[in-house]
Write a protein that binds this ligand. Structure first.
Ligand code: SF4
Length: 405
């Protein structure tokens, strides 16, 4: 049964030009306690949680994502957490993360979130250059970032993460290096680095064509990826997932649940859940989400959606597991999918093993290198190499999937 819950808070001051997330734009003035829209949303969200049948284990991770969850008041976040605790239970040692944007919170609010149980903050920074923040349509500037970090320092949040984006229009390698070095100086316990994807139906998609200036070339984005790996691992961060770095013992426990393909609850507009082998995504507009929660209440909390097929579970397990530096445990894979399937998987990875994009480790963690591919025992960890295997993960997976399907 799931022991993790994702809670979507869909409000943002404005829509960033690259974003296709399910969000409602509320402008610069609205805040949780004064906005009827946010209050109504909190109510409906709590109703959804109350309708969900209780699992066997208490929640070990809760993640408030968005959107901008720090637009909700302390009382609203506390109310959601109390509802989760009453209906699903929250373990005493649970990791409770809240995404926050610079310029949307003050010291009192931060202390309030902490008292409500939040013990991990994920700060949406993206870049340390005002001109790049403006290109992205972000609602904050660099001064706001430093002020936000100062507040986090004052309350001594035990875990905090900082997000950066590479591959932005007009972004130079020097600017990217500057952002990485500034991030390291601020000493968060966790850093996420995302490569920009120009999603359809965004302002960026109307303005830019991938591969064309002012977007960086593929070669430049690859250089940016390698540079991040070099600077962040050099500063003591472990590259534990394709886009994520953490100081030892500070990995994000919640996000590991996704990459390990484990079940989780999802609550809120546009949120996805994975329960009883079924993936389900909630409606992406407020009106449709509210109507859906009413239907859920009338149906007694039972979702009607198909079970994920065994073939899809296999592809998901490979795609998600290979995002992790630990990779996939072949013994566990054999137990779940059978020896023949694992042999087939290994055969399709062999050309990449020979190219050093894929690595094998023995059960005790020792790298296995230079052996005849036919002789390798299929019992250890299969993983992508860092940085080259990670960098070309899409190419590798597309090829492997075409051979498996
Ligand atoms: S703050 Fe985050 S969720 Fe909101 S519009 Fe910007 S990128 Fe999207």
């Amino acid at each position: 049964m799931p022991s993790s819950a994702y809670v979507h808070i869909p409000f943002c001051r404005r829509r960033c030009y690259y974003c296709d997330f399910p969000v409602s734009v509320v402008g610069d003035k609205a805040t949780g306690s004064t906005s009827g829209t946010m209050e109504q949303y909190t109510e409906v969200l709590c109703q959804e949680i109350e309708t969900t049948p209780r699992g066997e284990s208490a929640l070990e991770t809760v993640f408030f994502g968005g959107g901008t969850p720090s637009l909700l008041s302390v009382e609203q976040i506390e109310r959601i957490l109390k509802t989760l605790d009453r209906h699903l239970g929250i373990a005493a040692y649970a990791e409770i993360s809240l995404e926050m944007d610079p310029g949307t919170f003050n010291l009192e609010q931060l202390k309030g979130y902490q008292q409500a149980g939040v013990n991990r903050v994920s700060l949406g920074v993206q870049a340390f250059q005002d001109e790049l923040l403006a290109v992205c349509g972000r609602s904050h500037n660099v001064t706001d970032i430093f002020a936000a970090v100062e507040l986090l320092g004052q309350v001594e949040v035990p875990d905090w993460s900082l997000d950066l984006i590479s591959g932005l229009p007009h972004q130079t390698l020097e600017q990217w290096q500057g952002s990485l070095e500034t991030a390291v100086k601020l000493a968060p316990t966790h850093i996420s680095t995302y490569d920009l994807i120009v999603e359809p139906v965004t302002a960026f998609a109307r303005q830019y064509t991938p591969g064309d200036r002012p977007l960086p070339t593929d070669e430049m984005t690859a250089q940016m990826y390698r540079l991040a790996q070099q600077i962040l691992t050099g500063a003591g961060y472990q590259h534990y997932e394709i886009s994520n770095y953490a100081l030892p013992t500070h990995q994000c426990r919640h996000n590991r649940v996704y990459w390990e393909n484990l079940p989780y609850y999802g609550f809120g507009m546009g949120a996805a859940s994975y329960l009883d082998g079924r993936r389900f995504t909630r409606p992406r507009t407020r009106r449709e989400y509210y109507a859906w929660v009413q239907q859920l209440i009338e149906a007694g909390g039972v979702l009607d959606c198909p079970v994920t097929s065994a073939a899809d579970i296999l592809l998901e397990t490979l795609m998600l597991g290979l995002r992790l530096a630990d990779g996939l445990n072949l013994s566990k894979l054999t137990q779940k999918f059978g020896e023949k399937t694992v042999q087939q998987i290994w055969t399709s990875f062999q050309p990449y093993y020979q190219r050093n994009w894929v690595e094998m480790k023995s059960e005790n963690g020792t790298p296995i290198a230079g052996q005849d591919v036919q002789q390798l025992p299929l019992t250890g960890q299969l993983r992508l190499s860092d940085p080259e295997g990670f960098l070309f993960s899409n190419t590798i997976l597309a090829d492997v999937f075409s051979q498996l399907s």
